[in-house]
Design a protein. Sequence first.
Lengths: 493, 93
Amino acid sequence: MFPDTIQSALKGLRNGEFSIKELVTEFATRARDAQPELNAYITIATEDQLEQQTTYARDLALKDAPLDLAGIPLAIKDLFCTELMPTTCGSKMLENYVSPFESTASSRLLQTGAVFLGKTNMDEFAMGSSNENSFFGPVRNPWHKEHVPGGSSGGSAAAVAAGLCLGALGTDTGGSIRQPAAYCGITGLKPTYGRTSRYGMVAYASSLDQAGPMTRTAYDAALMLTAIAGPDDRDSTSSAEPVADYLKDINKPLQGLRVGLPKEYFEALGEGPVLNAIMEAKKALEQQGVTFVDVSLPHSNLALSAYYIIAPAEASTNLSRFDGVRFGHRCNSARDLADLYARSRSEGFGAEVQRRILIGTFALSAGYQDAFYKQAQRVRRLVKNDFIDALDQVDLLLAPVTLGAAFRLGEKTDDPVSMYKEDLFTIPVSLAGLPAISVPCGTADASGTSLPLGMQLIGNYFDEARLLNVAHQWQQLTDWHSRTPPSSAREMK
Amino acid sequence: MNISDEQLAQLAVLARLDCASDMSLRDDVDRILHFVEQLQSVDTSQTAPLLNPLEMTQRLRPDVVTEPDDRERYQKCAPLTEAGLFLVPRVVE
């Protein structure tokens, strides 16, 4: 019997219950077996690649560093450049791309001895909320195959939920870690902007993108964040703020904690299973000595619009590097240079990516830049100021992640705007650059089964340790995070 | 606002995309622009734009060479090269 958390796997390895090789082989087998059903991975490591990594991890484990992840099988969102395996970013544009360098986040995990089982499926260039925008086909939600896993880190979320790895690296620009974590019943942390390095992440919106852990438990998220957090000379937007000890206070009692409930969020949420689950959580936390107060985020209704100007504007700039010349897809028999650029790009990018490039180009074009791009940045400040005011009164905020449980495949693909509204509760936090964690908190009935729901804890800048402490304590009180979907590898055995 | 065919064609040129003939794309762009229009109604005359959520300023480093020349390795992922050069269609007749 193999463990389903990083914490218990490290213990099992230390106690000699199984070897690194046995652990890695087990999870690699599960990943391969589940591939036809869930499509969680784009690339799975070959036997040789696993062997090479396992040997390195074993040598590192002998050194017995207390916090290392030696031998822990992880999955990496296919947006992190890795030298060992291709990096597609879910796009035809990068279908055959093998990076000549390693991202800082993945490199730091490798240095702790983690073993990469493969690269996970995602919405193309991280643009999407359902994983239906992947060139490599949609990921299925392990709780119900006709439902989406969320996105854009849908493959990472599904892989963790189904037991196809012990933890995964995701990225969050407007909710891409938190929303799929909620839909798949796992824990997902978006750190403060600048807490983790963006070096070697294929850039989408540079003022928003952050790497973060996706795991079964908050404790595991703390282990992974410890490995990846901290300044990086190769990313000038990474913060020099000292990295906290994320495990030191993880067991601290919650007595005396003050938590804010953003009233605009709950008005937008309305009645339903998410509200019920969060109210149950509130009750349970009150019994631990937590007090709740209403707070206001008056500009949160504008955040979505501001985001859908700022993110596409940054994307249109970032994605200009794909030109069919230096790397990526190149069209056949181009007439001239302009034709080479335009056709390589339109053949390589999917519909949603081209939509966002056009919107971004529009928002940055002469005559519209002030009215759209600059105005969106001004609104961004209003959204940020709301959070600063609210977090002056309380230690953290409790909020929904999504309006409901995972929706069905195809349900929102006809109207891009209805898909954008998926990120209603996650985007304001991203604009403000604050850290937030999504943790399982209940279920909702859908399609004849129970689908997981998540709640969001939003903290002050660089207060990840507190978020992890509260999330961990919550997980000591409840077992939502340890429930596994019907098609998880463990159940199939 | 609605976007005209000419505007869409011009945006496609600016974005170096070959997509101006895609009609459903124009509808989508219209829909998205309608959606973000609500921003125009907000009074932000007293608010400065926020570019970086932590308001960090660009960090500077000493002006020294840190990366070695590694052209061969970096060109390995290029679709078409010759003698260390990237190939493109003829630009000068």
